[in-house]
Design a protein around this ligand. Structure first.
Ligand code: FPP
Length: 244
């Protein structure tokens, strides 16, 4: 198993916007605004570091349960920021894709997203997967439904079901076109995955930091990459096997 020095696909749980805002006596949405600025930064840092794919957990399937004003504010922010970011994405070679059940987003946010995706589809330097209305369990359940539909459409459904392996099942996930996540960074001090990239979390490396997302710096990003490069990824094997 080759030892990757850089993650091919980096996932980020951008937690701590609310606490950052509260500490300054600002509304929570001000924290999300500053968080969005860091999101822009990390895509640039990742592209500079030669990372091919980055996915940002911007809105989870559980985030709908937040106060209505905050949900509305986040969706408005998305609709406002995405069109503005297109020139920068073109300049940096960012191809935007969405990961999640985006059909459920409010129309304005959905349209802004579709436009930005269409405008950047030819870019090749880095793929940015914006996770919106994303949930790892939901993704797996949707995958099971697709796999069952595929099996039931065959002459011998039982044989198809018997053929399913984790590798084959992966193509039924929303993320089929993305490489498995190698490294997940979570800011904000919580030590959990929160329904992010559940399938790939099987072997992803995890980097947790207490830093609140709006305070995340390039130096800490580099620290997370250095940490990743120093880890031995064994994928269930023993050390002597992977070092060969
Ligand atoms: C978690 O912080 C952050 C989010 C739920 C949203 C992340 C959104 C952005 C970085 C802005 C860009 C995305 C959109 C959709 C415009 P938190 O609110 O849970 O912080 P807390 O734990 O301190 O309360």
């Amino acid at each position: 198993m080759p030892q990757p020095k850089r993650p091919r696909h980096l996932g980020v749980i951008m937690d701590g916007n609310g606490r950052w805002a509260r500490a300054r006596g600002l509304p929570r949405l001000a924290g999300h605004r500053e968080g969005a600025a860091r999101a822009r930064d990390i895509v640039r840092w990742a592209a500079d570091a030669g990372i091919a794919e980055i996915s940002l957990y911007a809105f989870s399937t559980e985030n709908w349960a937040r106060p209505e004003e905050e949900v509305r504010g986040l969706m408005a922010l998305l609709a406002q920021l995405l069109p503005r970011e297109i020139p920068e994405m073109q300049k940096e070679g960012v191809r935007l894709v969405a990961l999640g059940d985006v059909d459920r987003l409010p129309a304005r946010a959905r349209r802004a997203l579709q436009r930005a995706i269409a405008a950047t589809r030819e870019n090749r330097r880095i793929t940015l997967a914006l996770c919106l209305n994303y949930g790892g369990q939901q993704e797996i359940v949707e995958g099971v439904k697709r796999a069952l539909a595929w099996a039931l459409a065959a002459e011998d459904p039982q044989a198809r079901i018997a053929e399913l392996t984790p590798e084959r099942f992966r193509r039924f996930l929303w993320r089929a076109e993305l490489a498995p996540v190698d490294l997940i960074i979570r800011t904000g001090g919580e030590l959990r995955i929160s329904n992010f990239h559940l399938w790939d979390a099987a072997y992803a490396e995890l980097y947790f930091t207490d830093t609140l997302w709006p305070d995340f710096t390039r130096a800490e990003f580099e620290q997370a990459l250095a940490d990743f490069a120093a880890r031995e990824r064994r994928f269930g094997r023993i050390s002597e096997q992977v070092r060969r």
